[in-house]
Design a protein around this ligand. Structure first.
Ligand SMILES: NC(=O)c1ccc[n+]([C@@H]2O[C@H](COP(=O)([O-])OP(=O)(O)OC[C@H]3O[C@@H](n4cnc5c(N)ncnc54)[C@H](OP(=O)(O)O)[C@@H]3O)[C@@H](O)[C@H]2O)c1
Length: 249
């Protein structure tokens, strides 16, 4: 039996990686899915991979005006919301000394302000029993060179998970996070991270991860499905590490 039959799900950053994989799984599980991306072109490019009841919305993750537009379009198309996967995020690796305010602001605007204000815009439109899922990172508990901005943005998101869980608990709305370790997605090739840093990281990760390999997006999607569905009905305020043991051993 489908786990999300008739549920309305919003997934931000669904044109690639974990968001796209989760959108496909949720559609297969019977949900009506709103997928966001940076542009109509990027959204159109993934349409051939989708089947079911879905809506594509171009929305800049760091824009609270776009967040409001996203929620308005979702409610107009499908009604109230049952699931939000706040997944859109950017990765920046910048050593302290060369970190600029511009990079810091971009990371915080996309990774922290964006998810929080998307939920902010949706509060009145959440069904009782709704499930909100943030996508954090192993870097919110482990220190790595160059991660002061990125890691702390994800730590902020971890904190927001706890605060919103406390705020929404009385409405039966659950708020949790997934904390991925190194997952093989296009993220590492984006956002001007120098190729030598990507190669360095890719080389060192397998030996640092307990399971000795990168994870893949479907290993995140199945955990998102668990948190979105009634299978996790008594879990809120939690963060599930999906990191191959990276931060656990
Ligand atoms: N991959 C990892 O190892 C890893 C580890 C820990 C945490 N995470 C987190 O997991 C989440 C998903 O990452 P991923 O690895 O699946 O990366 P990805 O393949 O790059 O996917 C990220 C998605 O977010 C979208 N996005 C980024 N910035 C946006 C913006 N300003 N406005 C609208 N959409 C935007 C991307 O759109 P575009 O296609 O236009 O870029 C894409 O759809 C992120 O929050 C990331 O920080 C990743």
């Amino acid at each position: 039996m489908s786990k999300l039959n008739g549920k309305v799900a919003v997934i931000t950053g669904a044109t690639s990686g974990m968001g796209l994989e989760t959108a496909k799984l949720f559609l297969n599980e019977g949900a009506k899915v709103v997928l966001t991306g940076r542009s109509d072109e990027k959204l159109k490019a993934v349409e051939s991979e989708l089947s079911g009841d879905y809506l594509l919305v171009a929305a800049e993750a760091s824009s609270s005006a776009d967040s409001k537009m996203l929620i308005d379009k979702t409610v107009a198309a499908f009604g109230k919301i049952d699931i939000m996967f706040l997944n859109a995020g950017i990765f920046r690796m910048e050593q302290t000394g060369t970190l600029t305010e511009e990079i810091f602001d971009e990371v915080y605007n996309v990774n922290v302000k964006g998810p929080l204000f998307t939920v902010n815009a949706a509060t009145e439109h959440l069904n009782e029993g709704a499930s909100i899922i943030f996508n954090t990172s192993v870097t919110n508990v482990k220190g790595f060179p160059g991660m002061a901005a990125y890691g702390s943005s994800k730590a902020a998101l971890r904190s927001i998970t706890r605060s919103l869980a406390a705020e929404f608990g009385s409405r039966g709305v659950r708020v949790n996070a997934i904390s991925p370790g190194p997952i093989d997605t296009p993220i590492y090739g984006k956002h001007n991270v120098p190729q030598e840093h990507i190669n360095e990281m890719a080389g060192s990760f397998p030996s640092m991860v307990t399971l000795g390999r990168f994870g893949n997006s479907s290993e995140i999607a199945t955990v998102a499905l668990f948190l979105a569905s009634q299978d996790s009905s008594y879990i809120t305020g939690a963060e599930i590490p999906v990191d191959g043991g990276f931060a656990q051993t």
